[in-house]
Design a protein around this ligand. Sequence first.
Ligand code: 5AD
Ligand code: SF4
Length: 346
Amino acid sequence: MEDLKDLIKKARTDHILEREEILLLLSSPEIDEILFAAADEVRKRYVGDGIHLRGLIEFSNFCRNNCCYCGLRRDNKNITRYRMDEDTIFATAEYAVQAMGLKTIVLQSGEDLYFDCEKLCGIIQLIKSLDVALTLSIGEKSFSEYRAYKEAGADRFLLRIETTDKDLYLQHDPQMSFENRIECIHNIGRSGLEVGTGILVGLPNQTLESYADDILFFKTIKADMVGIGPFIPHPNTPLRGAIGGSLQISLKIMALTRLLLPDINIPATTAMETIEKNGQIRALKAGANVIMPNITLPLYRQHYELYPGKSDTGYLPDNNLQKLIGTIHSIGRFVAEGYGFHQKLL
Ligand code: 5AD
Ligand code: SF4
């Protein structure tokens, strides 16, 4: 136990751990509370008590990919596909900025080729007229597309690596290329966009060793943001019978990420809240400093089912946002004022 405490002490000051050390911490449940407290202290020291709210708009659930874990996969015929039009996307963003006071909009979709570069750049320019930071989460694109989004005004891009275990990655969508995924993440950074990445936790055959590699990967690529969420089995996918990820191990991976990348943005993810009530609060007390309230209209949101229960969590206009703010205050934190860019302090 003393050895484990020393490791955490070292990580708190140096923000460096070897693969074997990460592995040791991940496989020692007796250290969990000390690890979470350390991540909370590092979070406070580097990014403070402000929580950044990012309004999530799920503007299309069409997807050309077939990830085994995801309810939006193309082989799922049991789903109503939708695309929001430009006016609706803009109206949602406008409400979020002007009525709700949000400082970042996140546009997310499946990999939907209908929204080509020109259409997307038009939407980006419209939303940027609202004086708001803009994040895209729309999948694998070419370098020139990432650059075009940046030039149109986009600020950040989220593309999870999902897992750094290549064999496992390919098991879940044999038609995708692991190398291209890595290349895309590099290209996002090269284009000048902030890089958000992250993983799923608890896929069948995923190992503690691979989580250690994932955490080191975040550090190697100098991620600006890292989102970690437990895998939740979806009934209309091949993984319907799988066990799914646990909140506890997801929080541990998140806390270790905070120790090693002390100044980045880390969301308390919706999947954490979906598998356990208060999952997001626990995350906010173990290293997280961001929440992404879902502002998609219920009409669409009900069909954006990456995993079951997703559309029930998240927060919609006014009442629920007030509830979220109340929760944030109840744990001694506050809603941050700025746009919440990654302030590089290391
Ligand atoms: N459970 C949890 N998260 C999921 N995602 C996709 N399917 C699931 C699921 N069944 C996550 C992926 C993707 C993000 C948008 O949603 O990590 O990157
Ligand atoms: Fe498509 Fe993303 Fe779901 Fe994969 S995880 S099927 S790319 S929406």
